[in-house]
Design a protein around this ligand. Structure first.
Ligand code: FCB
Length: 477
């Protein structure tokens, strides 16, 4: 882990002084079950919506599936050793619901839970704090067949599953995240359908968003009762939304997209109410009749922390008559009731996902959550970038990814200096992995994975990150 590479300047933040983070800052890396585990049909696991979706023709690039992925299920020991070599203070992973509760109801599957017990034990043995996410998108297929997240009962099923995991792992896991990015589950899963289960129904996507949050609230109540000392939170993916021009029409477009992307989740979770303007924007899609008395109080059950996933910014403009809907995650149907808002590109550098690199947006996002919503400790639970990697002489020199991390860590530090109680940062991702609809074509890892041989190669960014962790900050440049 010597000789860390020097990040090239990316010109997004000027500061190039050495930066030290607060003592105890939780340096981590994140993954998700379906993206890395493989062993899709082993140990009693039953299919999730992602198995069904990825095995359906035309849903993922080149028909890629998570059947094998990084084979982490069989390589857990080696992977934890790699984490230890990086000096990670924490590892954020998710539990596969159909691995621990096949079919999504009934008793726990001991073999599935044993896998996570082993993982947690190995992490603890290496002094790495396990950070457990209960739902990173792998709904048991049977629950989708029964209506999925648009059906209210799925929220109760999620609380039930959460209780099983708490009973099994609560004695050794301190940090718990209920949901990862409910926006993606709701709007990519049920709106545009570019994610599993691939449904395209605006009203269903809004109901899904509500029931995800209801499930979160019920799960927090169950976890709180079972584990009074645990640190409980949720992870939302947030975007600053900027109008393309100063025109009132563009400002209104930004207000609408901010409503759907950010406030749809932040307001119920942290204020116990949907924003009035969002409800008005959605009037032609739904009358919110699915919201029952008491739901919003449940959704706003107090938390110990909030996780923020940050990747990029949305820049939007008012509709132009006759404009075609946008593609992929900005597909029109991701934005029910606001389908015609235009997403504008600014010509700034982008990652291999075509996501604009915007480190100051992370400062803005963290400050907003803190200043407008909550005093709770915040964690960046995901941040990272896909770039095309080349293995040359057995090495991967990912200078652009390294620069992305560097810029966003400087942004994190700036947020702390501005008073944000930011307590940790998790790089996405530990390993290259199954990037959902993009299959294995997008690499986000700090560790390169050769999917044929399952060889792991720590990239330059991994060696650099190890040095950042060791010094609890960034070197001068
Ligand atoms: C986030 C997801 C994560 C990964 C990154 C790139 O939306 O939580 O699983 O796909 O994006």
């Amino acid at each position: 882990m010597s000789n860390p590479a020097t990040p090239p300047a990316v010109g997004v933040l000027d500061e190039r002084a050495p930066l030290t983070f607060p003592p105890g800052f939780l340096w981590g890396a994140a993954t998700a079950a379906y993206q890395i585990e493989g062993a899709a049909a082993e140990g009693g696991r039953t299919p999730s919506i992602w198995d069904t979706f990825s095995h359906t023709e035309g849903r993922t690039v080149a028909g890629h599936t998570g059947d094998v992925a990084c084979d982490h299920y069989h390589r857990l020991g080696d992977d934890v050793r790699l984490m230890a070599e990086l000096g990670l203070k924490s590892y954020r992973f998710s539990v596969s619901w159909p691995r621990v509760q096949p079919g999504g109801s009934g008793p726990a599957n001991a073999e599935g839970l044993d896998f996570y017990r082993r993982l947690v034990d190995e992490l603890l043995a290496q002094g790495i704090e396990p950070w457990l996410t209960l739902y990173h998108w792998d709904l048991p297929q049977e629950l989708e067949d029964a209506g999925g997240w648009p059906a209210r009962d799925t929220a109760a099923r999620f609380a039930d599953y959460s209780q099983l995991v708490a009973d099994a792992l609560g004695d050794r896991v301190k940090y718990w995240t209920t949901l990862n990015e409910p926006w993606c589950s709701a709007f990519l899963g049920y709106g545009s359908g570019v994610h599993a289960p691939g449904r395209t129904d605006g009203a269903a996507s809004v109901r899904a968003g509500h029931h995800l949050m209801l499930g979160h609230g019920l799960a927090v109540q169950a976890l709180r009762a079972a584990l009074p000392d645990a640190q409980l939170g949720v992870t939302v993916n947030l975007y600053p939304v900027t109008p393309a021009t100063e025109s009132p029409a563009d400002a209104d477009a930004a207000r609408r997209i901010d409503g759907l992307a950010n406030r749809f989740f932040l307001d119920p979770l942290l204020r116990g109410a949907y924003p009035d303007d969002l409800v008005a924007d959605l009037a032609k899609v739904t009358d919110f009749g699915h919201v029952q008395d008491g739901d919003l109080a449940t959704i706003a059950t107090p938390l110990d922390l909030v996780g923020v996933n940050y990747y990029s910014r949305h820049v939007v403009a008012a509709p132009l008559p006759g404009e075609e809907p946008e593609r992929y995650w900005r597909a029109a149907t991701n934005w029910p009731g606001s389908e015609d808002v235009r997403f504008v590109t600014r010509g700034v550098p982008v990652t291999d996902m075509d996501w604009e690199i915007d480190a100051p947006g992370l400062v803005e996002t963290l400050r907003r959550v803190h200043e407008e919503y909550t005093d709770l400790p915040l964690y960046v639970t995901e941040n990272g970038s896909a770039f095309v990697d080349a293995v040359i002489d057995g090495q991967v020199d990912d200078a652009e990814r390294l620069a992305y991390f560097d810029a966003h860590l400087r942004a994190s530090h700036e947020a702390i200096a501005a008073g944000v109680p930011l307590r940790g940062y998790f790089a996405w991702s530990l390993l290259d992995n199954f990037e959902w609809a993009w299959g294995y074509t997008k690499r986000f890892g700090m560790i390169y994975v050769d999917y044929d041989s399952q060889t792991r190669i720590p990239k330059s960014s991994a060696r650099w990150y190890a040095e950042v962790i060791r010094r609890n900050g960034l070197a001068a440049q």
